[in-house]
Design a binder for this molecule. Sequence first.
Ligand SMILES: [Zn+2]
Length: 253
Amino acid sequence: MDSIGNALLLDGVAASGEPQVLVKDQIRVHALSPNPAQNLLIDELVELKTEIESKVGVALSSASKPIDVYLFKDELSFREFTAQSNAIFSDRRAFFVRSKDALSVYGFWGMRVAEDLRHEVTHGYLHAAFPQLDLWVDEGLAEYFEVNPDARGVNSAHVRLLGELAQNRNWRPSLQRLESITDPTQLTQIDYAESWLWVHFLISSPMGKEVLKTGLVSAGSVDRVPWSVEIQRLMGNVEQPLLEHLTQVTQHR
Ligand SMILES: [Zn+2]
C-alpha cells in the first residue's frame, strides 16, 4: 500500500490507450484488453467486501467511494508503465494508491492476478471506510484477505516463514515494534508475516475480533490508545497465545 499522489500514474494510463470500464458496486475495472474472465474477477472483488464485513464484524457499506482498478494486459506493459511513473513500485506486481479524490489499484492480468487484486482492493475497502489506519493492521488485513476464501485467511508463505523463525528462536512477536513502523517501504517480509499473524490471531477469538473492530472504528481519533496497549489491557500478555496460535495454524494447514 502506498498513499501518494497519483496524477502521474493516471496520465500514464490515459497515454496507453482508451480502456474499457467495467463497473459493479464499488469496483470500477479499467482494462485495455477486456476478457470474459475479468467479469468473474469483478464478482469476486465485490464479494470480498461482504467477506471483510462478516469476518471482521465492521460495516464497510456506508463508504461507497469507488475503487478504480487499472488492469494492464500483461506484465510487460505494466512494467513499462511503472518504469515511467514511479521507481518505488518497480518491483511490485500490483499496488494501491490513495489520493485526496481517489482510491486506485494498479496491476496486470497474470497468474496471480486474483491474489494481487484481493490484497490491493482490501486496502481500497479499508481506506474508503477508515482513512487513518495504522500500517500494520492495514497490511495484516490485506495479507489475510488476499488468499482464496477457502483457505480461511491462512497465508501459507507467512506460516512457513514465521514457523521456521520461531523454531530457530530468531524472532519474537512485538506489536509495539510493528505499530511504530509508519513508512511502507520499511516493512520487511517478516513484518508483513507478523502483521498477518496478529490479524489472524485476533479474528480467531470473539474478544480479539472485538478489539480489532473497535480499533478500526476508532482509527485516527485523537484519544486513540495504541493497539498494543489496548490488547494488553483486554487480553493480557498475548505473546504465548500468539505463538501457540501459529503452531495450531501450522498443524492444520
Ligand atoms: Zn499491501
